[in-house]
Structures are given as C-alpha cells and as structure tokens.
Design a protein around this ligand. Structure first.
Ligand code: PBG
Length: 329
C-alpha cells in the first residue's frame, strides 16, 4: 500500500504551504451538506433564546422569515421544523400532532407559500412534542405501543405531507412504520414526498438540551430504551437500515453524530444510500458552552463537521448551519 519510503518520500512536503494543503484535501464542506433545525413557538414577534443551547432560538411563525431568509440566501438545501408545544395542548394521546393548526403545520404553510421550492422542509414524525408523558408514542403500563402508535404516525405523516412537507422524518423507532407511512402516502397522491428514516437512533443522553428546547424535558417518564437502540450495538443498526430500505426509505439518519461515526461508515459501506448524520443538541451544547467559556477553540466545530464527511455522511443536521460563513472559512 505505501508507495515509497523515507527519505525520498516526505509526507510533510505537501503539508508545507496552504495552497498545497488545499490541493490535496480529501474532504470539504459546502452549504449543500447541511440541514438547519428550527424550533417554533406560539405567540407573536418572538425570537426566544434557549438557555441550554446558546445561539439557538425559538421563533414565532411571524418571525420565521428571519431565519428562513438566511437559510435560502446561504443556499441550505433544507430546514427541519420542531415545535415547542404549550403544555396545555399536550395529552397522553398526543392529539395536537393531528391538529392542522399546530405549530408545524402553520410553519409548513408559511414557508411553502413564501419560499415555494427554494428550500426543502423536513418534519419529524413522532409524538413526543405533543404527549404529556414525553414519549414518542402511545403508552400502556409504561410500554410504548408499536402498532397503535403507527396508526397515529400515519395520520401525522399524511397531514404534514398535505401541508407541504417535502421530507417526512419518522424519528420514533416503531417497527414497521416506514412501510405503513410509504403505503399511505402513495395511496393518497403523495408518492413524491420523501421519507428520511431515523433508522439508527440510539437511546442517548446527548438529546438532553433538545428536550429542553421543545419543552418535553421535565415531562419524560422513564427513558426511551424500549424503542430507541442500545448504544452497545452495531449489527442491529444494519438490520434496522435494511428493513427501512425495504419498506421504502429514501434516506437514513444516524443519530447522535460524533459518538457514532463508526456506524455512519458501516451503513454507508453496506448500503450505498444517502446517509445523514445528526449532530445533536448535546454535541452542540458541549461545544458552544466550551467555546463561550474559552475552554476550547471554535475550530472544534469544523473539525467535528468534517469528521462526518470523512465517515461517509452525505449531509449533516446541525444547529450551526445558520452560521456556516463563520465556521467554514
Ligand atoms: C424526537 C426527537 C429527539 C431529537 C430529534 N427528534 C429527541 C428524542 O428522541 O428524545 C433529538 C435531537 C437533538 O438532540 O438535537 N423524537
């Protein structure tokens, strides 16, 4: 494999100058590689900061233009919408998920009317922003029910597709939901709506700040280990992806990001389909707080984003995606 030997071969030769380093770079990032998550909140004229995620905000629908304008101008291919649902609208069945005037539906209508196809919009399919217990599905004796949950997810998917969602992203980890959602979409004339499956989603402590951002933090009873994956497992990730591809997933997500680069690489190698990485809230929070406190240089952001590319990810969901000018330069 090694072609040459010291001293005629000196790898540092090509590292000497910036132009030369640029010439031989193997991986790079552009705005095309990013999806920006956006948090929505009820009310008017608000851009509300999130304590656990410095630099990230919740937007009321009337202020959504602030951030979408920026995303369109910077040529981001897609944004992902997440609602901060008022506790009064939550119940054990998560019925607000099926309200056509919920935050996500209003956000979808606003963006698709104003920006048409200048930017893609992706929406989570899961019940956790809407349930009083904070779980992604319906529960009976502390167990998240699979098939009963899928019934609701299918309806949530159809509603979001009808409101203009381009990419449905089931993040719930129920078995068999991709096939059921694909089938329902096709039957109802949404055969071109894409599905990005959170096929490999680990039960992770890195989601903590996100639950704060969507307001499900204090509510969550127990943990999500009976549906999200055990972080000890790799083979199971391959099985999850294989199933979802058969059921009709267009793309798959690996989540969280940085602690799971090996999984991204394995999935890409085995399946040759678009694989996305989610740099989750905990990764964002640790970096941002560390940088703000002067503990670590802000270049750790670029370094970790490039690691996703190196591992084979096609794109990255990142809360930094609205500040790429500062990060990629
Ligand atoms: C909900 C969902 C979660 C995230 C995205 N969708 C949290 C969870 O499963 O508890 C986490 C994203 C992040 O941490 O940035 N199904």
């Amino acid at each position: 494999m090694i072609t040459g030997k010291f001293p005629s071969l000196r790898l540092r030769r090509s590292r000497k100058n910036d132009w030369s380093r640029r010439l031989i770079e193997e991986n790079s990032l552009s705005p095309n590689d990013f999806i920006l998550p956006i948090f929505l909140i009820d009310g008017k004229n608000k851009k509300q900061s999130i304590k656990s995620m410095p630099g990230v905000y919740r937007y009321t629908i009337d202020k959504l233009g602030l951030i979408i304008d920026k995303a369109v101008k910077n040529k981001l291919p897609m944004v992902a919408l997440f609602p901060y649902t008022n506790n009064k609208k939550k119940n054990s069945l998560g019925t607000e998920s099926l309200n056509e005037d919920n935050l996500v539906c209003r956000g979808l209508r606003y963006i698709k009317k104003k920006y048409k196809n200048q930017i893609g919009v992706m929406c989570d399919v899961a019940l956790d922003p809407y349930t009083s217990h904070g779980h992604d599905g319906l529960i009976r004796s502390n167990y998240v029910l699979n098939d009963e949950t899928i019934e609701v997810l299918v309806n949530q998917s159809l509603l979001q597709a009808q409101m203009g969602c381009d990419v449905l992203a089931p993040s719930d980890m129920m078995d068999g939901r991709i096939g059921r959602i694909r089938n329902a979409l096709d039957k109802n004339g949404y055969d071109l709506t894409q599905i990005l499956s959170y096929a490999v989603k680990y039960a992770s402590s890195f989601y903590g700040p996100f639950r704060d951002a969507v307001g499900s933090k204090g509510l969550l009873k127990g943990n999500k280990k009976n549906y999200q994956m055990d972080f000890r497992n790799t083979d199971e990730a391959i099985r999850e992806v294989a199933l979802d591809i058969k059921e009709g997933a267009d793309m798959v997500m690996v989540k969280p990001g940085l602690p799971y680069l090996d999984i991204i690489k394995t999935i890409k190698k085995n399946f040759k389909i678009p694989v996305l990485a989610y740099q989750v809230s905990g990764e964002y929070s640790l970096f941002s707080h560390g940088i703000n406190k002067g503990l670590i240089d802000k270049n750790v952001i670029l370094e970790s984003l490039i690691s996703f590319k190196r591992s084979g990810a096609n794109a990255i969901v990142s809360y930094y995606a609205d500040r790429l000018n500062e990060i990629l330069d």
